[in-house]
Design a protein around this ligand. Sequence first.
Ligand SMILES: Cc1cc2nc3c(=O)[nH]c(=O)nc-3n(C[C@H](O)[C@H](O)[C@H](O)COP(=O)(O)O)c2cc1C
Length: 325
Amino acid sequence: MGECGASRHPVGVVDLSTSYLGLKLAHPLVPGACPLSSELDSVLRLEDAGAPAIVMHSLFEEQITADPLRTERSPTDPVGYLEHLNRVKESVHIPVIASLNGTTDDGWTSFASLVEQAGADALELNLYHLSTNLWTSGATLEAYTLDTVRAVRSLVSIPVAVKIFPYFSSIPSLARQFEEIGVNGLVLFNRSYQPDINLETLEVKPDQRLSNSTELLSRLYWIAMLSGRVDMSLAVTGGVHTGEDALKAILAGADVAQMVSALLQNGPGHLKVVRQEMEQWLDAHGHSSLAEIRGSMSLEKREDGRAFTRAGFLELLQRGAGPGS
Ligand SMILES: Cc1cc2nc3c(=O)[nH]c(=O)nc-3n(C[C@H](O)[C@H](O)[C@H](O)COP(=O)(O)O)c2cc1C
């Protein structure tokens, strides 16, 4: 972190509280969907490290439709997922957000209400779908996506957040349509699976890369575009590793900064480090709460909002600079 200056409030007194999907959270650093939630032990370690809520790993539809005769249970099959969710809910005192990834209408809806019954405080829909069909247009896919989300939204009464990829032609329009069908939160952005090619074996190399802070930038841009313009909670997922990253997400307008790669790399205790870095920065800059800065760098709040748009890009080019120069 940068220079902190003299402390005005003892660390810990700075109010980092936030509201996400109607849930009151002590701070915005929420462990995102990943295998850390598939073991009760690591969920407890995250809670001990101060996680204010947790997003469970996704239940994938392929697992919902997998061999129904299998008798052993795992946190990734449907019955095992529900049992695990139930056990997690009974063992922690923080909100638990379940995550679903479907591919068909039935897949999405059949499990959404079961997850609600199992005690989830909210539901994150992981819209992980990349079309490979030559004949399906973007508009068709978008309409299908909205229909699916609408069906789930009308089925459950818990808050619903939608996690999307950045690959839509008009993210603001899509966000508005999600808002219109009652979606409570938008999670930007999922990371796409990008396998490599091994030149020696000519095999497809699985993508096991974790993120770094540079991935935050595309999220900052779109959160800053949407903050204050749609009536939904906004969460960043992707590239939040440090207190600086999380602060930037909040300044752009996020209510929550989800973390995965940083926690997988450094362990649950890293949450405390990032939280402290945020408190120190806020304190050193004369703020007593996170609410004072939330969204202050968004397109809506900044008179120089041009910096975020095409006009800002043109100004940069006219000054003889450009991205990466
Ligand atoms: C090992 C691993 C497993 C993940 N599993 C899920 C998942 O089950 N559901 C989901 O929505 N995202 C999943 N993600 C994506 C993360 O939730 C997160 O959106 C992404 O890693 C970007 O955040 P980060 O930069 O903090 O890692 C996974 C990521 C990793 C690295």
